[in-house]
Every structure is written in structure tokens, then in C-alpha cells.
Design a binder for this molecule. Structure first.
Ligand SMILES: [Mg+2]
Ligand SMILES: [Zn+2]
Length: 197
């Protein structure tokens, strides 16, 4: 299904989680592994103050792979919210894909269109929250984040944190980001300049 391009929804920022907001530790399966980048809270608070909804879009194949369950992902997101709130920042919604084609938990083992580089999570968030992808941005540390954003019709930013510095040198043919910057702080600076104009 193609996302509507005539939406009158508002601009928003879709954020990858691991490697973009917090360090990518592989399969994060314990709350003690949560490590915010030092600039993340300030960067998200700036988006909040600019009136841009912040929506996390994350692949959590660890669920299909039996490494943790959906309840743990919910717990992780509540822990992120507590840390953000302490710094006056807020994520408006979280969307995750629990699937993987090679999982071990049958109910989650399948091809799906929500797993990035698919864009069904962004489409769903836009529909649920009244957002306009064409006025929005997707930020992530992998080309699959950029592809998901492109597929949904957002502008895209690749950050060099997480796997980004490596990914930058391995750009798939035909995939380009609107900007490649050092981290989420720089991404938010770029977004706020574009959003104004
Ligand atoms: Mg990532
Ligand atoms: Zn999925």
C-alpha cells in the first residue's frame, strides 16, 4: 500500500533507537545496557520545543529470535521515557517490529512489511498520529533507516554513531540520504533549519 502524499498532517521526526538515540549494544536484553549518547536528551528536547512530534521506529528482531519478549521492549521504552523526562524531553510514540524471517519464535517468524527497510511502521505512525511524511524526517545509523524513510516519503538523515560511520562507506546503489552528519545533535540542527524553510 502506498502512503498518501496529500496528507494534511503535521511534520514529525522519526528516530531509529539503537545506534541513534542510545548506543547499539547488539541485542539489548537488559536495562543496564541502556547507554544514552550524551547529546540525546538535549536533541530530543529541542524537537519537543519546536513542536515536532518524535516517534521512535525500531527493528527488534530479538523478539523473533527469542532473546527477549515484547514486555521487555515495553519496559525498555519506559526506562528511556524516565531518563528523557528527567531532562525535560519526551518521545511521543514508539513503534517496533518484532519479526524476523529467520526467528525461532513461530508467532514472530515471518517476512513482514514493518521491518526496516520496509516503511509500514512509519506509515502506521503517520496514520495513527496524523503526521505528514512529506514534511517529516527519518534519522538513523543504517541505510535501512534511510530506505524506510524514503519509502514512506520523508527526508532522511544518516548519523555516524552506532554503525553509521561504517555504513557511510558502504552505501547501497541507488540509496542516498538528504544529509549525513556526526550524530543526533547535528541531525536535529539540520532538521530544524530545513523545517523552518
Ligand atoms: Mg540503528
Ligand atoms: Zn515486522
Amino acid at each position: 500500500m502506498k502512503p498518501p502524499r496529500h496528507s494534511s498532517g503535521q511534520a514529525a521526526v522519526f528516530l531509529d533507537r539503537d545506534g541513534t538515540m542510545i548506543e547499539d549494544v547488539g541485542y539489548l536484553d537488559s536495562l543496564t545496557q541502556i547507554a544514552f549518547y550524551p547529546w540525546t536528551v538535549d536533541a530530543i528536547r529541542m524537537l519537543n520545543h519546536a513542536g515536532l512530534p518524535v516517534v521512535v521506529i525500531t527493528n527488534q528482531a530479538g523478539i523473533a529470535r527469542g532473546k527477549f519478549d515484547e514486555a521487555f521492549v515495553g519496559e525498555t521504552h519506559r526506562a528511556l521515557d524516565v531518563h528523557l523526562a528527567a531532562g525535560g524531553a519526551r518521545v511521543d510514540a514508539y513503534y517496533y517490529c518484532p519479526h524476523h524471517p529467520e526467528g525461532i519464535v513461530p508467532s514472530y517468524t515471518r517476512r513482514c512489511d514493518c521491518r526496516k527497510p520496509g516503511h509500514a511502521m512509519i506509515d502506521r505512525a503517520a496514520h495513527d498520529l496524523g503526521l505528514d511524511p512529506a514534511r517529516s524526517f527519518m534519522v538513523g545509523d543504517k541505510w535501512l533507516d534511510v530506505q524506510a524513510g524514503r519509502g514512506a516519503g520523508t527526508r532522511t538523515v544518516l548519523v555516524r554513531t552506532g554503525l553509521g560511520a561504517t555504513e557511510e562507506g558502504q552505501r547501497p546503489v541507488g540509496v542516498t540520504a538528504d544529509a549525513v552528519v556526526d550524530n543526533l545533535s547535528a541531525a536535529v540542527g539540520w532538521i530544524l533549519r530545513k523545517h523552518k524553510t
